[in-house]
Write a protein that binds this ligand. Structure first.
Ligand code: SF4
Ligand code: SF4
Length: 357
C-alpha cells in the first residue's frame, strides 16, 4: 500500500512522496494501488479503433516547458510544480529550441508552459527571439503571477507588444471553487489579472489579442459541455466583474502526479479510471494532441506531450534531445501511450486547446 501525501501546499517531490517517483505512478496506473486493479490496456482500445500504433499527423506545435517553478501549488497540478521546484530551462537549451525552430518552418506555433513560465529569468528574451522567427506564441499564464511581484506587473503590455496568445486557468467563475483547487486568494488575484489583460485589449473584439480560459473539474468527474460552460462563464464574468475573453477550453484532469495523489487520497481512483475508460471515444482518440505536438522539457528532452513528460516517457525516436531535433524521424515515430491516455479520449476528448471531438 502506498502511503499518501499529507501536505498539499508543496510539491510531492519536496515531501518525498512515493508519487514523486514516476515508476510508482506508472505502477499504479497499470495495477492500481494494491496491485489487483487492471483495466483494458489503452493500446488495446486504440487497436480496436484502428489507431495502434498511434502515429503523428505531422508535428506543428512546439510546446516548451521552461521550468517547474511556480508561484502556486495547485492541488491538481500534473507538473508537480510549486515555489520549491528549482528546475528551469537554461538559455543554452532555449537557444537549441530556437535552432530547431529556425530549421523547421512547419513548426508554426510555440506553446510556452511551466510551472509559471514567466518565472524563468530568460523568458522574455526567449519570447522575443521566437517572435523574430515569426511564429505564433501561446503563453500558459496562471494569472496570479502578474500580481505576484512588481517585476511582473507589466506582463500584459509585454504580451501585447509581442502579440502573444494568453491561455489561463480559471477553474471556475466563483471564489470558493477556484481557491479550493488553486489556493487561498487565487480567485481574487486572477480576477484582477484578467481585468489588467482586458485593459490592454486582451479578449476584446477587434484587437486581435486572444485571451482564452481553461476550466478543469474540481473533482473526480468529467467536464460539462464546453460550449454551454463557455456561455455560462462569459455571462458570469461579464455581469460580476466586467471581464471579457475569447474561448473557454474544458480540460480533463489526467490521473498523474498531484491529481493522482488526490484521487488516491479521496478514494476515487478506481471509480475515476473506470469512468474514463467507459467514456472512451474513438473520434477523440483520432484527434489527440500528441499527433501534431512535440513537447520539450526544461532539460531539453523530447516527449509526445506534457503528460508523458511528467511521467518521463521520452519519445520513441533515435534522437530524444533538442540538440539533435529532426522532424522527419519524429514524424515517423510511434507515440508512447499508457493508461493515463484515457484522460485525452474520454467524452469529447481533451487537449491543451480543449475538446477535440
Ligand atoms: S499554476 Fe499551473 S503549473 Fe502552477 S501549480 Fe498550478 S497547475 Fe501547476
Ligand atoms: S496523454 Fe499524451 S500521449 Fe497520451 S493520448 Fe494524451 S496527448 Fe497523447
Amino acid at each position: 500500500m502506498i502511503p499518501l501525501t499529507k501536505n498539499d501546499k508543496v510539491s510531492l517531490k519536496y515531501q518525498h512522496s512515493p508519487l514523486a517517483d514516476v515508476h510508482t505512478q506508472l505502477g499504479i496506473l497499470e495495477h492500481g494501488r494494491t496491485g489487483d486493479f487492471a483495466l483494458v490496456p489503452f493500446q488495446q482500445k486504440l487497436e480496436e479503433s484502428g489507431l495502434y500504433p498511434l502515429k503523428p499527423t505531422g508535428v506543428q506545435i512546439f510546446q516548451v516547458n521552461v521550468g517547474k517553478m511556480c508561484n502556486q501549488a495547485c492541488r491538481h497540478c500534473h507538473v508537480d510544480a510549486g515555489p520549491d521546484r528549482k528546475e528551469i530551462m537554461t538559455k543554452e537549451t532555449m537557444q537549441e529550441c530556437l535552432n530547431a525552430l529556425k530549421n523547421n518552418p512547419e513548426l508554426k506555433s510555440v506553446d510556452l508552459t511551466g510551472g509559471a513560465p514567466e518565472m524563468n529569468p530568460d523568458f522574455r528574451w526567449f519570447v522575443a527571439e521566437i517572435k523574430k522567427l515569426d511564429r505564433h506564441v501561446i503563453v500558459r499564464c496562471n494569472l496570479t503571477i502578474i500580481l505576484a511581484n512588481k517585476k511582473y506587473y507589466d506582463l500584459p503590455q509585454f504580451y501585447k507588444q509581442h502579440s502573444i496568445e494568453v491561455v489561463s486557468s480559471l477553474p471556475f467563475y466563483t471564489q470558493d471553487r477556484t481557491d479550493r483547487q488553486r489556493g487561498d486568494g487565487v480567485f481574487e488575484d486572477s480576477i484582477k489579472a484578467l481585468q489588467m489583460l482586458n485593459e490592454v485589449g486582451y479578449g476584446k473584439e477587434g484587437t486581435g489579442l486572444i485571451l482564452n480560459l481553461v476550466y478543469n473539474p474540481a473533482g473526480a468527474f468529467l467536464s460539462p459541455a464546453q460550449t454551454s460552460l463557455e456561455k455560462e462563464y462569459k455571462k458570469a464574468l461579464m455581469e460580476r466583474y466586467g471581464i471579457v475573453f475569447n474561448n473557454l477550453f474544458t480540460i480533463t484532469n489526467l490521473p498523474i502526479s498531484r491529481f493522482l495523489d488526490y484521487l488516491l487520497q479521496s478514494g476515487n481512483y478506481e471509480k475515476y479510471m473506470e469512468r474514463l475508460v467507459n467514456a472512451y471515444n474513438p473520434v477523440a482518440a483520432q484527434n489527440v494532441m500528441c499527433r501534431n505536438t512535440i513537447s520539450i522539457s526544461w532539460d531539453g528532452y523530447l516527449y509526445d506531450c506534457d503528460f508523458n513528460q511528467m511521467l518521463d516517457l521520452k519519445v520513441n525516436n533515435a534522437s530524444k534531445h533538442i540538440s539533435a531535433f529532426n522532424t522527419a524521424t519524429l514524424n515517423e515515430r510511434s507515440i508512447v501511450v499508457n493508461q493515463h491516455c484515457y484522460g485525452c479520449t474520454a467524452g469529447a476528448g481533451s487537449s491543451c486547446g480543449g475538446v477535440v471531438a
